[in-house]
Each structure stands twice: as structure tokens, then as C-alpha cells.
Design a protein around this ligand. Structure first.
Ligand SMILES: Nc1ncnc2c1ncn2[C@@H]1O[C@H](COP(=O)(O)OP(=O)(O)OP(=O)(O)O)[C@@H](O)[C@H]1O
Ligand SMILES: [Mg+2]
Length: 142
């Protein structure tokens, strides 16, 4: 195999195993929710890295569909991307939204926006994450 193909094949294997892992975790969480035993696990981590990692899992898919994927950060003036939440649940929810955006977009761009602001009510930083796509749009019932 030529070098490029080997890199592609390794990436594909890496992504497949992570995506399978994602599906299994979703099922385990579903079981936890159904039995009222859902527990969050908080930790400090870099939100930029955590989201980009998930986007990379679907890089080949985005490229093969000719979809431009981009991520923008607003309000991180201190360059501090640390957040304190449940990392794997955040990645899970994000991957769901991001993969939906890719799945229902035939051409154009999927844009992820991460905004840091201060929630004045509780005097704490907050992070808002949105996923926008140029696809067919979501019908009301969803
Ligand atoms: N970005 C999007 N653009 C257009 N429609 C969407 C988008 N995201 C979700 N939808 C609609 O909402 C439905 C429900 O989304 P959901 O992620 O629950 O299911 P799914 O993507 O069809 O299946 P799964 O996530 O289990 O593979 C989708 O089938 C689709 O009709
Ligand atoms: Mg989906």
C-alpha cells in the first residue's frame, strides 16, 4: 500500500473504533437513564481539543462529501479553553449534533460556534456550543 493509502486506512480504523465506542456508550447511558441511575462525571478539560477530536472522527466523511467543516471560538480573550463538565457526555451530544449536520447536508458548510460569556445571574463563565449547516433544515416535529 502506498503511504497515503496507509494513513487513510489507519485513520478509518481509528474513527470506526471510536464511533463504535460512541454507540456503545450511548446505549449504556440510555440504560442508566431508564433505570434512574444517570450520574455525571465532572472533570476539567480543554473544550477546543475535546470538540476538534470529535470532528476529526468524521473528517474523511466530510471530505468525501465535499463539505467544508469549520469551528469558530468567540469570547475566549484569555485563551483559556478549560471547562468543568462531563467530558464524555459533552462529546457524545456534540458528536450526535455534528454527525446529524453532516448526514443531512449535501453541499456547503457545517459550522460549529463556541461562545464563552459570563452568566451574570450566577457570576460564572458559560459556554454555548452551536452547530449550523447549509443542509435541508430540520422539520418542526424534530
Ligand atoms: N442537521 C439536521 N438537518 C436536517 N434534519 C435533521 C438534522 N438533525 C436532525 N434532523 C432530523 O431529526 C431526525 C432525528 O435525528 P436523530 O439524530 O435523533 O436521528 P437520526 O440521525 O435519523 O438517527 P441516528 O442518530 O440514530 O443515527 C433525523 O432523522 C432528521 O430527520
Ligand atoms: Mg443522528
Amino acid at each position: 500500500m502506498v503511504h497515503d493509502e496507509m494513513v487513510k486506512s489507519n485513520n478509518l480504523q481509528f474513527s470506526s473504533s471510536h464511533l463504535l465506542n460512541h454507540q456503545i456508550n450511548c446505549m449504556l447511558d440510555f440504560a442508566q437513564v431508564s433505570s434512574n441511575r444517570f450520574e455525571k462525571e465532572f472533570s476539567y478539560f480543554d473544550v477546543c481539543q475535546a470538540l476538534v477530536e470529535q470532528m476529526e472522527l468524521l473528517d474523511l466523511q466530510a471530505k468525501s462529501m465535499n463539505i467544508k467543516a469549520q469551528i469558530n471560538f468567540e469570547g475566549f480573550d484569555d485563551k483559556d479553553f478549560t471547562v468543568n463538565t462531563d467530558k464524555s457526555r459533552l462529546q457524545q451530544v456534540f458528536l450526535n449534533l455534528y454527525s446529524n449536520a453532516l448526514k443531512f447536508t449535501n453541499e456547503g458548510t457545517v459550522t460549529v460556534t463556541v461562545i464563552k460569556s459570563v452568566d451574570l445571574r450566577i457570576k460564572k463563565n458559560r459556554i454555548d456550543i452551536s452547530v449550523q449547516d447549509t443542509g435541508i433544515g430540520i422539520s418542526k416535529e424534530h
